[in-house]
Design a protein around this ligand. Structure first.
Ligand SMILES: [Fe+2]
Length: 262
């Protein structure tokens, strides 16, 4: 499997603090059948992206792992005004292995019309935004249908492995399954941070996908699509996305008298 969203680099964000902790995480992924990982440190207000340091520490990890896990570099790119300005100056400094694929992370509050413009701006730089874990975003959990428009406009969707198995709650699991059912999701990744609460858990997700959506979907989301992203290749042909995520049931209004007298 390929895991393209992963806080593997030690001491740069809220991922592991020491090289030993990074290696312990890497070993957990190797044990569950992951062959390629993209290390994606945050670029946010709290955790500024330290390109040079990331490369140095990734090189140390590569040496210690001696080819048992292939490591790439990307970024968990927070969609802030300041970040977009930096991105426009050098569009490929945050992308997956210098390709055209960029992992983008929303703030908690998503202004829907504004983000359609933000994605347009990113795509006009020649980049493909990969929207990370929309199923965990409070605004999109309330109102997820804009995800459909973003997919049709050319964005890709990455869901968290642990969302599928319920670790982020029932609502996130429900939205994950709706996105999968409608073919609106392209990649499953772990967004691993540590070995305890935010462990990789890709094999658990792979088996849940296989059981509930079939072998082809499991391989597409955990192997073929992320492999294309890792290599910077164009995406393989995807199944056609279908239907709205939620059909709202019509609200039955009680008459004025029934509201008073029950
Ligand atoms: Fe992340």
């Amino acid at each position: 499997m390929f895991d393209i969203h992963y806080h593997l680099i030690f001491g740069v964000d809220d991922g592991p603090r020491t090289i030993e902790a990074s290696l312990e995480l890497a070993e957990a992924s190797i044990a569950e059948g992951v062959t390629h990982v993209v290390a994606t440190p945050h670029a946010s207000y709290k955790f500024p992206y330290q390109a040079e340091l990331n490369r140095e520490r990734l090189a140390q990890l590569r040496e210690r792992l001696s080819g048992r896990l292939t490591l790439g570099l990307g970024c968990d790119f927070h969609l802030s005004y300041e970040n977009l300005e930096v991105l426009e100056k050098n569009p490929r400094q945050f992308t997956v292995n210098g390709s055209n694929y960029l992992l983008v992370e929303f703030p908690d509050y998503v202004n829907i019309p504004m983000f359609a413009e933000v994605f347009f701006r990113i795509m006009s730089l020649g980049l493909t935004p990969i929207i990370t874990h929309p199923e965990r975003n409070p605004t999109l959990l309330q109102s997820p249908n804009p995800i459909i428009d973003w997919v049709h406009s050319g964005c890709l969707i990455q869901l968290t492995a642990a969302s599928l198995t319920g670790r982020f709650g029932t609502r996130s699991e429900t939205l994950t399954r709706l996105l999968l059912k409608g073919n609106y999701a392209h990649v499953i990744a772990s967004d691993a941070h540590n070995i305890t609460g935010r462990a990789p858990a890709m094999s658990e997700a792979f088996h849940a996908l296989k059981r509930d959506f079939g072998q082809e979907a499991a391989e597409r989301l955990c192997i073929h699509n992320p492999a294309a992203i890792f290599a910077g290749d164009s995406m393989p042909t995807q199944p056609e996305p279908t239907g709205p995520l939620y059909e709202r049931a019509p609200i039955k209004k009680k008459s004025f008298l029934r509201r008073i007298f029950g």
